[in-house]
Design a protein around this ligand. Structure first.
Ligand SMILES: [Zn+2]
Ligand SMILES: [Zn+2]
Length: 758
């Protein structure tokens, strides 16, 4: 009988692909076999409904599979019936996938009173569940995960070995008889009586703060409708104003608070289940994201979280309740006291969260790797790339030597390049404390282990004092390999070239906070011509003095004083200060500015945002990095688009872009929201003109825009509108964050190119 031999390439192993093929073939009454081999999945199939099989094969693949290619050849198929064959020995792909949200079939299992996994918090299968955060090393196999401590009971073992079962080779499968168990401890660490899920819900409803062990770390949870509980959480966590994320059962439960469009909904319901930033709706949840235009929301991604809503709904049987609005809204914020890495161990939780949590919902499945929640915005664009995405590779246009890149300082990640793929680590965070630096080392070791990579080259930031630079130099020395220092803004542009496979020269616009430039200056608003490793500075923003250095970055009123002084408008400072910040005294700042004492200059666009926020009276002091700029964006978004201030910027010799001319208009602006919108429009217009002139002059057609300010949606949409009107489009970060979370990707890409040219 003539049939087909089919080869499927992509992420097709360890995701339930063989049982899927088996079911499809049997449904269509076909004969043949399926098996894993070194190149993916190989299938031999014959029978009447062959055409239908070929059509459905890629379209109905399991949710965690990614089919990159299917090759079909004619072949003789002599089998009767359809079988799953033993894998071909040899080079089977043993990659570890990202953690995935609970799948619909497992949800049905835990909501079925007759199922042996009824209300079981660790239910999983090949379509869902933890992977990255429970894996110690490759191959991806139960013995290498933290489920190794839980031997399978006979029924689970039977499912695991049944080729046609959804739990066939589901490495983390388990059940109430053989798997991890929940427990609830009080603030003192004493076990509490009763059902842990029901008791947790009671405590949350009662206004208490509960530490809940999730996939990649602990969350601190409280009732998102309880302003007192939220204020208490902020007080205890010393997180006075940072935005908090909210978890809800479904989009319908959030409709009063967030505008969830089709793109946001797809992201929320994806297997990655990230926090999605949605525009706020009319009703505000008090104290959740003060001053911002966005609300970060997510859906329950693990059976444990889902059970809290199941409990809230009264433990219904079946799955109809999932579509109904549910009034339970929970704040879910990372349990990372003092900005240190996430808490992951049970004992560590009780110790480090003492005085913060009123109770601890624990389990005995160990978290092997810390991994924060990812944060994304429709676009889609990453704000933070972690759980659900790591360690999925970012495909590259070409291969090369293996590289390890260690990133920068803030919002740090590391990157490993291997073959034609780049693996960006989960968000590590700011390297300003010993615990974070330890986490950096752990992450490097774990990533190299699970990818089985020995780097040929190491890349790091140009800054000699970063902990990431220190570690890079130490490892290069230990391993006897070269280390390459990469400029911060060069790396921002290179990261975007890497993910888009852009190999020709580009005009790069790096708009950012402050980073060290190759001339030792504090850069952050740079027009660059980047041709691989060659980076030429075509221009920069007019510098602003930072009176008091780092302090100026935390106090927008200082930046406003500096901008006014720099524009020769010293005479306006007194009146303005009296109006907005009567308690502040500009005299010491003016002395520093006039004598140029402790006033390092920076060309950072981020500081211009601070200056504008300070000038419009938004705030004199920021509680967290980027707050003033985010609030300014929030006001501009609420106001809606406006025309730029006429003559609001100056472009001298195409080299220096100066926003001082708009300061007068901002001072005179009666309404902060209007002022914020005008500031955004004027900055976008100035940047667009700057870019368009550079494209003409340099005869380079491609524009790349990166850096932390590229996360500003109001700015970026205004900029891309104007570039489009000029017949240009810009490349932006899509698969990695545009901010410092993507630096390591750019560093690795540049290191590879330098290796080639050595
Ligand atoms: Zn499942
Ligand atoms: Zn079991």
């Amino acid at each position: 009988m003539t049939g087909r031999s089919i080869r499927v390439r992509g992420l097709v192993q360890g995701v339930g692909f063989r049982p899927y093929v088996w079911r499809l073939a049997n449904e269509l009454g076909l004969n043949g076999w399926v098996r894993n081999d070194g190149a993916g999945v190989s299938i031999a199939v014959g029978g009447k409904k062959l055409a239908e099989f070929l059509e459905r094969l890629p379209n109905e693949a399991p949710r965690l599979a990614r089919v990159d290619g299917i090759k079909v050849l004619e072949a003789e198929v002599s089998e009767s019936g359809f079988a799953i064959l033993e894998s071909v020995a040899g080079d089977i792909s043993t990659a570890i996938g990202p953690d995935a949200a609970i799948c619909p079939e497992c949800i049905a299992d835990i909501c079925d009173p007759n199922n042996r996994r009824w209300r079981y918090a660790f239910t999983t299968c090949t379509h869902c569940g933890p992977r990255y955060t429970v894996s110690r090393r490759i191959p991806y196999d139960r013995a290498q995960t933290s489920l190794a401590a839980f031997p399978l009971c006979p029924p689970c073992g039977a499912e695991y070995s049944a080729a046609v079962d959804r739990r066939f080779h589901a490495e983390t499968t388990c059940c109430p008889d053989c798997g991890p168990q929940l427990s609830l401890l009080d603030a003192a660490g004493t076990q509490m009586l009763g059902d842990p899920v029901a008791e947790t819900l009671r405590l949350l409803r009662d206004g208490k703060i509960v530490a809940i062990k999730g996939l990649g770390g602990f969350h601190l949870a409280c009732d998102a409708r309880d302003a007192v509980a939220i204020a208490e959480l902020r007080e205890r966590k010393q997180r006075e104003e940072k935005p908090l994320a909210v978890m809800a059962l479904n989009a319908a439960s959030l409709q009063d608070y967030a505008r969830i469009g089709p793109v946001e909904l797809v992201l929320l319901k994806s297997a990655a289940a990230p926090i999605v930033l949605c525009p706020k709706a009319e009703t505000q949840l008090s104290g959740i994201a003060p001053g911002l235009a966005w609300l970060g929301v997510m859906l329950p991604a693990t059976p444990l979280h889902l059970l809290l809503w199941h409990e809230a709904a009264g433990q219904p049987a079946g799955t109809d309740w999932l579509a109904q609005p549910n009034d339970l809204l929970l704040v879910m914020t990372s349990a990372n006291p003092h900005g240190e890495p996430l808490v992951i161990d049970n004992d560590e939780a009780v110790e480090r969260l003492t005085g913060i949590a009123d109770a601890f919902l624990l389990h005995d499945r160990e978290i092997v790797v810390r991994c924060d929640d990812s944060v994304v915005r429709a676009g889609p664009a990453f704000i933070r790339r972690a759980r659900g995405y790591v360690p999925l590779p970012i495909p590259l246009a070409s291969g090369g030597p293996s590289v390890l890149a260690l990133g920068g300082f803030l919002k740090n990640t590391v990157c490993v390049m291997k073959g034609r793929e780049a693996f960006l680590s989960q968000h590590i965070g700011g390297l300003d404390n010993a615990a974070a630096i330890g986490f950096l080392e752990e992450t490097v070791a774990h990533l190299l282990a699970i990818l089985d990579v020995k780097p040929d080259l190491i890349a790091h930031d140009l800054h000699p004092d970063f902990a990431s630079t220190h570690l890079a130099l130490r490892l290069a020395d230990e391993w006897g390999i070269p280390a390459l220092a990469v400029g911060h803004h060069h790396a921002h542009i290179a990261a975007i070239c890497a993910e888009h496979g852009v190999n020709e020269p580009v005009i790069g616009l790096a708009i950012d906070g402050v980073g060290l430039g190759p001339d030792g200056g504090l850069w952050g608003g740079e027009l660059l011509r980047v041709d691989g490793n060659d980076c030429q500075r075509l221009g920069h923003l007019k510098t602003l003095a930072l009176p008091g250095g780092d302090r100026a970055a935390r106090e927008p009123w200082r930046m406003a004083v500096s901008a006014l002084y720099g524009a020769g408008m010293e005479y306006r400072i007194g009146g303005w200060l009296k109006q907005y910040y009567p308690k502040r005294d500009a005299a010491p700042l003016l002395i520093m500015l006039s004598r140029n004492l402790r006033c390092p200059p920076t060309s950072s666009l981020g500081r211009w945002f601070d200056a504008a926020a300070g000038l419009l009276g938004l705030r004199d002091e920021a509680q967290y990095e980027g707050q003033a700029a985010m609030e300014l964006e929030g006001l501009a978004a609420r106001h809606g688009p406006v025309e730029p201030v006429v003559g609001g910027y100056r472009l001298s010799d195409q080299h220096e872009l100066d926003f001082s001319p708009m300061l007068l208009a901002l001072l005179a602006c009666p309404d902060a929201a209007l002022g914020a919108a005008q500031f955004h429009a004027t900055v976008a217009a100035g940047l667009a003109e700057w870019l368009i002139a550079a494209v003409d002059r340099e005869k380079v057609a491609k524009i790349v825009v990166g850096g932390g300010c590229a996360m500003n949606a109001v700015l970026m949409s205004a900029l891309s509108r104007q570039l489009k009107a000029a017949g240009l489009t810009q490349f932006e970060a899509q698969q990695a964050p545009p901010n410092d979370g993507g630096l390591a990707l750019g560093q690795a890409w540049l290191a590879r190119r330098s290796f080639r040219s050595q």
